[in-house]
Design a protein around this ligand. Structure first.
Ligand SMILES: [Fe+2]
Ligand SMILES: [Fe+2]
Length: 177
């Protein structure tokens, strides 16, 4: 992952802060971008996680790219706010590890509630391959709040993920060709 890569919606998300803060933020973003990838590398290059590239997600974005986007914003915001950026990035990378095409899921399985059920499926898959701490577990299981009304995040990193996930989803959907 090169520092020159621009993530989808990145400029829009960071474009509204004051000029001084913006300059400082840009400097931090450059430094943190390469550090971000070293924190998620083992997950991002795991064969099971790479399988997410097979499944379309929002618009023309596949599940892997969506998770990479969420992981990246989780890392940036959590570092900025002095939270656990590593856990936020790593859980972001696997928060949608459900491993099917959700567009076809209801037709194939009869499960019409993908939006409600996929966090648990993703958690079950993720825990098979990775050791998850309580922040990572919270992020994966509760990222769909408020859709999953009673599954409320219990960590600050979990709350940030509810925002980054929706922000990335909206950006990805709006890029639909
Ligand atoms: Fe999700
Ligand atoms: Fe997501």
């Amino acid at each position: 992952m090169q520092a020159a890569i621009t993530f989808l919606g990145e400029n829009a998300m960071f474009g509204r802060v004051g000029e001084m803060a913006k300059r400082r933020l840009n400097r931090l973003r450059r430094n943190w971008k390469s550090e971000f990838y070293s924190e998620v590398k083992d997950i991002a290059e795991h064969p099971v996680v790479l399988r997410m590239k097979l499944y379309p997600h929002h618009g023309s974005t596949n599940c892997y790219q969506h998770c990479m986007n969420v992981a990246y914003y989780n890392y940036q915001w959590c570092r900025f706010l002095h939270l656990d950026a590593r856990s936020a990035a790593r859980a972001g990378m696997i928060h949608d590890l459900f491993l099917y095409d959700w567009h076809m899921h209801a037709k194939k399985t009869g499960d019409c509630f993908h939006g409600l059920t996929h966090p648990k499926k993703s958690y079950q898959n993720a825990r098979k391959f990775f050791d998850l701490n309580h922040i990572e577990k919270d992020i994966i299981l509760n990222h769909m709040w408020p859709v999953t009304f009673f599954k409320i995040p219990r960590t600050k990193e979990g709350w940030i993920t509810t925002l980054t996930d929706k922000y990335c989803g909206a950006c990805e959907t709006s890029r639909r060709k």
